[in-house]
Design a protein around this ligand. Structure first.
Ligand code: NI
Ligand code: MN
Length: 225
């Protein structure tokens, strides 16, 4: 499986069989995105919550092909109300899709659509495919149950926010990685805007001192998991 980082919290997973899964595709209006919305396509779009910097270009990307949204019930219903296909799930639940398994976790945050509809609880998500478990925490503050999440599903790659202000900052993110104990911690949700300016290499240094490997992805970089 491949993982591509578009900056902010936007990632693309491409499975060995070629299924493309986008998570939180915030491209247009994202000053750090290395790509344009037209260059991105998907089979599935997973949304952790409905804030504009996560819902992003999801609908315009979905307009180009047959896309299934995967999100918590209220947000899935919102997608359906706009005319899109969605698979409704909720926190604590997992489902086996053709490409692999998706399970939603808690996240401490909010979730309101750009047009001001309440979109249920925000979430994190674990995507399991091709023998790897990838945990995208969504936007969240630090919570102790990350320890339980890591115990129940050994995490290969943890994608976690470090930008502070709206989410965990570096200090809390280091603790989050220690609790979850992934093989590799990848920082996200930083330096998109001045208010969330943060140094991912400071996170990497501090988390590696604690014995957890970290990788800072360049905006646009794709790696083999
Ligand atoms: Ni948010
Ligand atoms: Mn956000």
């Amino acid at each position: 499986m491949k993982l591509r980082y578009f900056s902010h919290s936007a990632f693309q997973l491409t499975t060995n069989s070629g299924t493309k899964i986008l998570i939180d595709p915030f491209i247009t209006g994202n000053p750090t995105s290395p790509v344009k919305s037209e260059e991105v396509s998907a089979d599935y779009i997973i949304l952790t919550h409905a804030h504009g910097d996560h819902l992003g270009d999801a609908f315009s990307i979905a307009d180009k092909g047959k896309v299934t949204f995967i999100c918590v019930n209220e947000l899935a219903e919102y997608c359906k109300s706009k005319g899109y296909n969605a698979h409704n799930m909720h926190i604590g639940g997992g489902f086996n899709f053709d490409f692999g398994r998706v399970k939603f976790t808690i996240a401490h945050h909010g979730s309101q659509t750009p047009d001001n509809f309440y979109a249920g609880e925000p979430a994190g998500v674990i995507v399991s495919a091709d023998g790897k478990n990838v945990y995208h925490t969504g936007d969240t503050g630090l919570f102790y149950d990350m320890k339980l999440i890591g115990e129940m599903t050994p995490i290969d790659y943890m994608l976690l926010p470090i930008g502070d202000n709206f989410t965990m900052g570096i200090t809390d993110a280091v603790k989050a990685a220690q609790l979850t104990s992934p093989k590799v911690a990848i920082p996200m949700h930083y330096s998109t805007f001045p208010v969330i300016e943060a140094d991912p290499h400071e996170f990497k240094k501090n988390v590696e001192v604690k014995g957890i490997k970290s990788r800072v992805l360049q905006f646009g970089e794709e790696i083999e998991l």
